[in-house]
Design a protein around this ligand. Structure first.
Ligand code: 5GP
Length: 116
């Protein structure tokens, strides 16, 4: 059974600042925010990385993205802009192996994707 810090948050075994939950996903504030708004959207189905999501489960990713957009609108940052990011494996710096979408917003964001 997969067990990451995010599974523990889902099971309420460790605390988190949860901002949204439904039958498919949970969203909570990142513990080390990289922007004024930094929220993680995590599905309740288990996938270690994006590589593990089969085509027939594409809706799982779509729900994360649309939930992030709804949250951005509710927070008043949809028009000013935001970024959604999903890190996959080592070169992207993935540290928690349960897929999650980062929503970053609330200030102009730096560019991205340059090699370290
Ligand atoms: P990744 O690097 O895998 O794309 O993103 C993992 C994110 O989870 C990081 O931004 C990190 O700050 C966040 N994180 C790690 N542990 C915890 C935790 O216990 N609680 C919360 N809320 N966020 C965490």
């Amino acid at each position: 059974m997969p067990d990451t810090i995010f599974h523990k948050i889902l099971r309420r075994e460790i605390p988190a600042d949860i901002v949204y939950e439904d039958e498919h996903l949970i969203a909570f504030r990142d513990i080390a925010p990289q922007a004024p708004v930094h929220v993680l959207f995590v599905p309740k189905r288990d996938y270690a990385t994006l590589n593990d999501v089969p085509e027939e489960d594409a809706v799982v990713i779509g729900r994360l993205a649309t939930a992030a957009a709804r949250y951005a609108k509710a927070q008043g940052v949809a028009e000013s802009g935001y970024r959604i990011v999903m890190n996959c494996n080592q070169d992207a710096g993935q540290t928690v192996f349960q897929i999650h979408l980062h929503l970053l917003a609330g200030a102009p964001l730096g560019r991205f994707g340059t090699p370290a």
